[in-house]
Design a protein around this ligand. Sequence first.
Ligand code: AHR
Length: 509
Amino acid sequence: AAARASGVVDLDLPGPTISRHLYGHFAEHLGRCIYDGFFVGEDSDVPNEGGIRLDVVEALRAAGIPNLRWPGGCFADEYHWRDGVGPREERPRMVNSHWGDVVEDNSFGTHEFMALCELLGAEPYVSANVGSGTVHENADWVEYLTRADDSPMAALRRANGRDEPWSVRFWGLGNEPWGCGGGMRAEAYADLARTFGTYSRDHGGNELYRIAAGAAEADYRWTEVLMKALGHEIGGTRRTGHGTGTYQAVSFHYYTVPGPWEHKGSATDFDEDEYFRTMVEAQRLEGILSGHAAVMDAYDPQRRVGLVLDEWGAWYDVEPGTNPGFLFQQNSLRDALLAGLHFDAFHRHAERLVMANIAQTVNVLQSMVLTDGEAMVLTPTYHAFTMNRGHHDAARLPLAWRTAEPVRSVGGTDLTTLTATASTKDGAVLVSLTNLETSGGVDVELDLRGGAVGAPEATVLTAASTSAHNTVEQPDAVAPAAHEASVDGSVLRVHVPAHSFVTVRLPLA
Ligand code: AHR
């Protein structure tokens, strides 16, 4: 018999907004993410607009992509934006030393990125070069992008074919400064972030939301140093609405790596033991979010400064026979379940977490889509994102279990195998449930109190095994399907099969 779980959702106690930016994306000049993935060039046989492939654009628009972080990653701190503007044939080349040691021809630069964001309907998140760039270079990039008058950088932009300034909100001050972004100590970086933040000006009506590059995983000290460095600026009046001061948010990165770095594990060839170890690693994120949030609460109890997880996802060994520097990996049902687990953690921290960006959108690490020449495959992770669209900018609803949460012991660590969150917007409720257990489903009963709901519409994402994945030959091996759910009075009943992700949408009566 299936396990049972019973809980309560309070429809009349809407909590914080789950920002759509928690469903954000990241695209680096790495392997086949930008070139081949997003950008094929105008002469390609792949249908494109200005060199940007339209199948990828259409898929990501359908998933409601809210933002796109670019150009890195580690690449960001070696990137000089002036090399990527002006006539393509005149753009200088450079070596992409982090990723495959390949020659970068800069054919995808600022104008191409902004055109991509416009096609996607996504907000740009630009990661500026702090590690090897200058304060001046950074300030010029902001001016180039966002200034309207005849300033030197606005004039250069016009000469390069774009009259109107773009609107850019998210501005990253470097990337992983403790590592590839400059090998800095937290104190040294905090000072640099203050300087770069100061000279990243608001031009005209464009208001930047500056994001200081943050910690690796559970390095709470890094977060503390960044918060301390803001000092009295927290709570000041220079910027209203967001945080205040020289930067308005701090970031951190968390990747799920099942094995040691030299042998992380295969994306598709794994046994049950490795599957559960992956989920234990993924589950660590929740505690790490709480840790960073607790440090920030001590300095900023009113939560003016945002927390940004601008790189997350599963990181496995590259697919056999592919360039180790290109980080190309398949994507299985396991990854969709990992995404479901992460989404719930994001929702539970919506008070502090303002953005999260999966690494990386196309052909790199935990991708949304994989391309192969003219073909494109939607991954299980893509489907999990799409099924959760209803949470974008919705109000979180309290969900509490009456029964003990199902737990499995994995090498001495407790893994909670059923996780769920709920939200409401536009006269409807969305409940998402992830069952990590492989040996059986769970019959879930949720008492939806404090309101009345209509007929449920449920969707399930599952497959015969956790390693099931989509290929060009079998693009729908893992695809969402309609699912049974019922409402009796206020009680929602839904079966959550073994290793599945289920969403239930209910109209409010
Ligand atoms: O996403 C791949 C790399 O992982 C990024 O460039 C870097 O920021 C992180 O270490």
